[in-house]
Design a protein around this ligand. Structure first.
Ligand SMILES: Nc1ncnc2c1ncn2[C@@H]1O[C@H](COP(=O)(O)OP(=O)(O)OP(=O)(O)O)[C@@H](O)[C@H]1O
Length: 495
């Protein structure tokens, strides 16, 4: 039996067995005795298989998961099904991340937190079924609207604060508050998601599985643009780290970009440490003041931190008119739909989750080379494609009969560095890049054939991520073709 196999079985056992508190006793952090005996999950472990569900469209892709709309065949109930590949989780050393999310979510109960309903597994994957947030990510609202008007941003921020107050009251630090992890219900209320990075403060009553040796509160978690300066300086994450991330999120809602945006993580970190921030002139005085106080370099002085705590934060003039106790009864901002999806009514869940053409794969369709490029895509491709697409230099990388749909010279981003590559999408379909900075050009295949194996996440017009089950790669396209890449790939996948 290979080591990998043993690890996989151990993950299965640890994750899905009824976890008992002694296993979870997380040394100093979890000082209050948790529920000791007969520990059972509120969200049960079911004996379902993936065949019990009709899978719909991909709702989102995380670093090591794919979330799809899924309708239970016998009940017709719709869920957001998070699918995690066990092999991939083991390879990425993320087993404790997954366990933490499962166990923490099981103990939370708040309208502003996404609810875990049940889990199941098979030999390859772990499945977590969540209540579906049909409104998608707050991030998409920002992208679609360009920026969110102040009254809408006030509402979203108030609902995020309401959920954060609940989490912090339980002694939980989320550590990854950002517009991608703020989901919206069909009618537009906020639900915070993604609890894989969560940490507990001393005295919490929340049960957490033990940390992997590599994971501590001051380990580097979260997304570059929202990491607070003290964590970059190797201090421990605290509740106030979430307040910093909230300040960044509000800034992003109002301006369309994060406050410390730059071309590489390295430069972003430099800006954060220097608190190099510029407030656009169209921000109101109240918004500027609130963000300024949330983005205080000193975590102890951040608005929302003790001693004023949440009452002081909620009394800030930016929130004038907010009825904190009636947030969930208030009318949320209208959800902006994807321009390709203008007919979709978010109140009718099955429209959104189950487009007429199911995303499931037709085996004949998925065979290499049989999928046709659609007429619209052909037209658009000509419009999208830079001159590079027709550069004969790339012919040597093509198979007989294969043509380039879209190609562009772009930057492949890594944590601290980047390299110039030629990214090429073909009608096979195949997506690969050629490393142009090397004298001996070498080619790396990112994806081919299987429509379920690729998602493009657009962060802004020039930045996007290509997500496949094995890898998430980040790119910067100076020609601002990020949306074109997404549309071109999706066009090939759905035909
Ligand atoms: N309940 C839900 N309803 C609708 N969409 C969801 C739901 N849960 C997650 N998603 C979508 O899936 C994406 C990935 O989910 P999630 O953040 O939980 O995955 P992850 O692998 O933990 O990601 P990360 O890389 O941020 O750690 C979300 O950003 C969102 O777009």
């Amino acid at each position: 039996m290979t080591v990998r196999r043993e690890c996989q079985e151990s993950l299965t056992n640890e994750f899905e067995a009824r976890v008992r508190p002694p296993l979870l006793g997380n040394s100093v952090r979890c000082s209050a005795p948790p529920r000791m005996s007969n520990f059972t999950f509120r969200a049960p472990q079911e004996n379902f298989t993936v065949d019990d569900f009709e899978l719909g469209s991909v709702l989102g892709v995380g670093s090591f998961s794919k979330v799809v709309g899924a309708k239970k065949k016998d009940t017709g109930q719709v869920y957001a099904l998070k699918i995690m590949d066990k092999d991939f989780i083991m390879k990425q050393d993320k087993a404790s991340h997954v366990k933490r999310e499962r166990i923490v979510l099981d103990q939370l109960n708040h309208p502003g937190i996404v609810q875990l309903l049940f889990t199941f597994q098979d030999s390859h994957s772990i499945y977590m079924a969540f209540e579906a947030c049909e409104g998608g990510e707050l991030f998409d609202q920002i992208t679609r609207k360009g920026r969110v008007i102040e009254s809408d941003a006030r509402f979203y921020t108030a609902e995020i604060i309401d959920a954060m107050e609940y989490l912090h009251g339980l002694g939980l630090i989320h550590r990854d508050i950002k517009p991608e992890n703020v989901l919206l219900t069909a009618d537009g209320h906020v639900k915070i998601a993604d609890f894989g990075s969560v940490m507990v403060t001393e005295g919490t009553k929340i049960i957490l599985p033990p940390l992997a040796a590599s994971e501590t509160a001051c380990s580097f978690e979260g997304s570059a643009a929202y990491i607070p300066p003290e964590v970059l300086n190797n201090s421990t994450a605290t509740i106030e780290s979430d307040h910093w991330a909230l300040g960044c999120t509000l800034y992003q809602m109002l301006s369309g970009t994060s406050p410390f945006q730059d071309s590489s993580d390295f430069l972003v970190f430099k800006r954060i440490k220097a608190r190099n921030i510029k407030f656009p002139s169209y921000f109101s005085d109240e918004a500027t003041d609130l963000i300024d106080k949330l983005l205080d370099i000193d975590p102890r002085r951040r608005l929302g931190a003790a001693p004023g705590g949440y009452p002081a934060l909620k009394m800030h003039p930016f929130f004038k008119g907010i009825e904190w106790s009636k947030l969930r009864e208030a009318s949320p901002p209208k959800i902006a739909l994807d321009s390709n999806d203008s007919t979709r009514d978010t109140t009718n869940i099955s429209d959104g989750f189950f487009p007429k053409k199911s995303a499931s794969i037709d085996s004949s369709d998925s065979k290499r080379g049989t999928r046709r490029i659609s007429p619209t895509l052909e037209l658009n491709a000509a419009k999208f494609a830079s001159v590079d697409s027709f550069d004969s230099r790339w012919q040597e990388f093509l198979e007989p009969g294969e043509c380039i749909v879209l190609a562009s010279k772009i930057k492949k981003l890594r944590l601290l560095t980047s390299k110039k590559v030629q990214l090429i999408l073909t009608n096979r379909p195949r997506l690969f890049y050629v490393n142009t900075s090397k004298s001996m050009e070498n080619m790396k295949l990112l994806w081919s054939d299987n429509p379920n194996d690729i998602t493009i996440q657009v962060l802004n017009p020039s930045h996007f991520k290509i997500c496949t089950p094995m890898k998430v790669s980040s790119f910067e396209d100076k020609k601002q073709l990020a949306w074109h890449w997404k549309k071109a790939v999706e066009g090939l996948v759905s035909h």
